[in-house]
Every structure is written in C-alpha cells, then in structure tokens.
Design a protein around this ligand. Structure first.
Ligand code: ADP
Length: 195
C-alpha cells in the first residue's frame, strides 16, 4: 500500500484541488489547460478533469436541472478525490453556479488541499465570446436552464483566488494561478518559508 507521504516525497508537491467556478465562456477551460501545461513543465503531476468528457461518459445520464448538476458535481468530486489519492494536483473547470453546490464540494476535501478559484468575467463579455455557440442557443430557447440566461449564477463571496479574465490576458491569469499553486502546494515553497 503506497502511503500519502511517499507520494508527496516522490512528487515534491502536495496533492490538491483547484476548483474553478465562473460563467460559461469566462475562461475556465482555457486557463486550466494553459496552467496544466505550465505545471507539468515545472515537474508537477497534474490533470484537468474535463466536464464535457465526464458528461459524455460517467455522467451521460444527467441533464442540467439543479438536481442533475449537483449530482454531476458530486460524481466529479469523487473522481477528483481518487486522483488526489494517487498524488495529483487536479484542476476542475466546472461552472458550479450556486453557493450550495460549492459548499458541498468544499466539504468533500481537506482545507489544505482545496482552493476555489473564481474566473470572473461579465455576462456581456462571455456572451460576446460565446466560444461554443451556447449563449446563442440559450437565447433562442434551444437550450434550457443555461447559466446566466435562464439559470442562476451566484458569484462566490470568498474564493481563495479570483482571476479577472475580462481585463487580464490568458497568460497573465495563468501566471497568477501558477504562483498561487506554488505558494499553496509546493513542498519547496513551504521549506523556504520555514527557513
Ligand atoms: P469556459 O470553460 O469558462 O466555458 P472557455 O475557456 O471554454 O470558457 O472559453 C473562453 C473563451 O474566452 C476562449 O475562446 C478564450 O480564448 C477566450 N478568452 C479571451 N480572453 C481570455 C482570458 N483572459 N482568459 C481566458 N479566456 C479568454
């Protein structure tokens, strides 16, 4: 049986979750993929849990009602926990629209291995970006319960980090998050702080 401290020593970083929240099109996926690349280049074991991929397989029986979204998030949190057990930093770009949903996710993890990152961008800008054409479909009524249109989004009052993708570039936001992850999860950083 491999022990957590053995994984930690092999990795040179602690395990942890970075759980993104933000409107569709705010930049959660874009930033998580950029950060995954940067972290791997720095020697982290890191993975992005792609919500679309999970919905295509594990969560294919679920829709977008609040109950189904909560179940979708619960299962995603369980998969995340399995990656933590084997030594990963897990980046989870999911809209996670309500405080109640985020509270459930937060409860699943230890405080030292959990960070909520708010990817902040106005609805107007997200709708202009519309990278998957989803806002257009939601406005036409083709998609229902779409967050920001006919589904609610509650901005998180106290995220561990906020990334302002409206006013800062992808590169700047990614850098800000890598520095945050270094501070929270790197063993080297902790040792430097102790000395
Ligand atoms: P989400 O995963 O939140 O639904 P995506 O990452 O799929 O959002 O889409 C965000 C879109 O916004 C992409 O087309 C991306 O290129 C664009 N974009 C523009 N500026 C930024 C920024 N500063 N950070 C992240 N994405 C940005």
């Amino acid at each position: 049986m491999i022990k957590q401290h053995e994984i930690k020593l092999a990795n040179q970083h602690r395990v942890g979750v970075v759980w993104f929240t933000g409107l569709s099109g705010s930049g959660k996926t874009t930033i998580s993929l950029r950060v995954e690349r940067l972290l791997i280049d720095r020697g982290y074991r890191c993975v992005v849990l792609d919500g679309d991929m999970l919905r295509a397989g594990l969560n294919s029986d679920l829709g977008y009602t609040e109950a189904d979204r909560t179940e979708n998030l619960r299962r995603t949190a369980e998969v995340t926990a399995m990656f933590l057990d084997v030594g990963f930093i897990v980046l989870v770009p999911m809209i996670t629209p309500t405080e109640a949903m985020r509270a459930l996710i937060r409860m699943r993890f230890d405080e030292q291995s959990y960070a909520e990152v708010y990817v902040r961008c106005s609805l107007d800008t997200c709708e202009q970006r519309d990278p998957k054409g989803l806002y257009r479909k939601a406005r036409k009524g083709i998609i229902r319960d779409f967050t920001g249109i006919d589904g609610r989004y509650e901005p998180p009052p106290q995220p561990e980090l906020t990334l302002d993708t409206e006013h800062r570039s992808v590169g700047q936001c990614a850098q800000q998050l890598v520095e945050f992850i270094d501070r929270k999860y790197s063993i080297h950083q902790k040792e430097q702080e102790i000395q």
